[in-house]
Design a protein around this ligand. Structure first.
Ligand SMILES: Cc1cc2nc3c(=O)[nH]c(=O)nc-3n(C[C@H](O)[C@H](O)[C@H](O)COP(=O)(O)OP(=O)(O)OC[C@H]3O[C@@H](n4cnc5c(N)ncnc54)[C@H](O)[C@@H]3O)c2cc1C
Length: 444
């Protein structure tokens, strides 16, 4: 077991200038955050366990620390960190960052794109363009951005660490859970035991907590995602747009956007595998990825020749479930609602979950029983909508034949306002509206 220091973190994550510049130094932000955290710390000696130290687990730890709990995060990996790849963040993610008190740190590391743009990968025609500048920010109260995963995770962890109330147990794989009247005992693969008053299962797509309490099967999609980060000097000038860019083709799509002040580009390509796939992440093969994407226009196809090293995901999700709470344990993030990546919302949802859990504890005076019930009620339908909509979006992205023509006709020429209206349910999320309506007789 290791307790990770802030110094180690700065080595792991570093700090980066954003394209927008004007970033307060990380040290100054941490000092400020520490002062804020000290004020909001209502000093409860009770320890809560969090299984998993990914984006969801660390966001949950941060939300719990802000409610006054001490937190122990149990992480199976020997070292905390994130796979080197970018992710997109909707305005809802920034609302979550702010609610977790790390808005400024995270904002300083994001790249603010001018638009989301979709092209047809067969004939290069423009399918849709959604400006993400001033009008977008005004509509949703926050920006759209792209960011390195490590910068999201690092911002959350720096915030949590600054409170000095989080203990991180690495090389600690959760295996089994027992509950009694006063708490939860987690047994790890190394024979260790960990005791807490509650357990948050944030242990990702193959969650051990979900396996024990739910035990459902994954739906392997057969869709394979290759991801890589390419240096600016190696990235083609005719694609170096300040945009979250997608090329949609039959049974495939390709994505690219800038990272880290435009010094790097994230490249993500997805195809329907011709093989039987199992849910997995491993090193990719150039030969395999180059054997797909036949018929794609040359401009988009050059993306697959750029990276020297790829990471390969064979993706899956699970059917949405209505019960996340099992006594003193609940699920959060991918453990609760693993989704295909087509809405680019998995990490955003994990952070929304964490904020909502914190809010549910706040309005219930830190009573976990009541808070878990409110948390589940507030999150199940919204996250299920993400899972189901992502499946549908994958179908639309990968449309062939006449379906492709319908997709293009539906979106070509659509005004930004119509796109914004369609996104309201997703990007309009705020901490002020995150809790479900009170049930009859419930006071807040
Ligand atoms: C190709 C792809 C593209 C994506 N793009 C986006 C995007 O653009 N925007 C977005 O918002 N989201 C995106 N996502 C989704 C996002 O990456 C995930 O939803 C998010 O990382 C989930 O966080 P999590 O903490 O719930 O799970 P994870 O990140 O998986 O973290 C789980 C943690 O638990 C640990 N763990 C697992 N089992 C155990 C155990 N038994 N004991 C202890 N520890 C354990 C793991 O080591 C890990 O550290 C994408 C996902 C993929 C695959």
């Amino acid at each position: 077991m290791l307790t990770i220091s802030i110094l180690t973190l700065s080595v792991l994550y570093g700090s980066y200038d954003s394209r927008t510049g004007g970033v307060t130094s990380p040290h100054a932000l941490l000092q400020r955050y520490r002062r804020q955290a000290a004020v909001s710390d209502t000093s409860s000696p009770s320890q809560v366990l969090v299984a998993g130290g990914g984006i969801g687990g660390i966001a949950a730890a941060l939300a719990l620390v802000r409610r006054g709990f001490a937190v122990k995060v149990l992480e199976q990996s020997p070292q905390l960190g994130e796979i080197g790849a970018g992710i997109q963040l909707g305005p809802n993610a920034f609302a979550a960052f702010d609610a977790l008190g790390i808005g400024e740190i995270a904002r300083g590391r994001a790249v603010y794109t001018d638009e989301m743009v979709m092209h047809d990968a067969l004939d290069e025609s423009l399918v849709g363009r959604i400006p993400t500048g001033a009008a977008f920010r005004e509509r949703f109260g926050n920006p759209y951005a792209v960011i390195h995963r490590a910068d999201v995770h690092g911002s959350l962890f720096e915030g949590a660490q600054a409170t000095r109330r989080i203990e991180l147990a690495t090389s600690t794989q959760v295996q089994r859970i027992e509950q009694d009247d006063t708490g939860v005992t987690v047994f790890d693969a190394g024979g260790g035991r960990h005791r807490g008053i509650a357990l948050i299962g944030a242990d990702g797509v193959k969650s051990a907590v979900r396996r024990q309490y739910v035990g459902d099967d994954a739906r392997v999609s057969g869709h394979v995602v290759y991801r890589a980060v390419v240096d600016k000097k190696d990235f083609p000038a005719d694609l170096a747009w300040n945009a979250a860019s997608i090329w949609v083709g039959p049974n495939c799509h390709l994505v690219h956007y800038p990272l880290r002040g435009g010094e790097q580009y994230n490249v993500v390509v997805t195809f329907h595998s011709r093989d039987k796939e199992e849910w997995s992440v491993r090193e990719g093969s150039r030969a395999e990825v180059q054997s797909y994407f036949e018929g794609i226009c040359a401009r988009a196809r050059q993306l697959i020749d750029l990276p020297k090293d790829w990471k390969r995901w064979a993706t899956a999700d699970r059917d949405p479930i209505g019960q996340w709470n099992y006594g003193r344990a609940t699920l959060l993030g991918d453990a609760a609602h693993p989704t295909l990546q087509y809405l680019a919302q998995g990490a955003c949802m994990a952070m929304e979950d964490a904020v909502t859990l914190g809010e549910a504890l706040r309005v219930n005076d830190n009573d976990f029983g009541k808070a878990f019930a409110l948390y589940q009620r507030s999150r199940v339908a919204r996250t299920a909508r993400i899972v189901l909509s992502a499946r549908e979006m994958g179908r639309i992205f990968h449309a062939r034949g006449v379906e492709r023509l319908v997709r293009n006709e539906l979106w070509q020429g659509r005004s930004p306002e119509r796109f914004y209206d369609a996104m309201e349910w997703l990007y309009g999320w705020k901490v002020e509206n995150c809790l479900g309506a009170p049930t009859p007789g419930e006071t807040r």
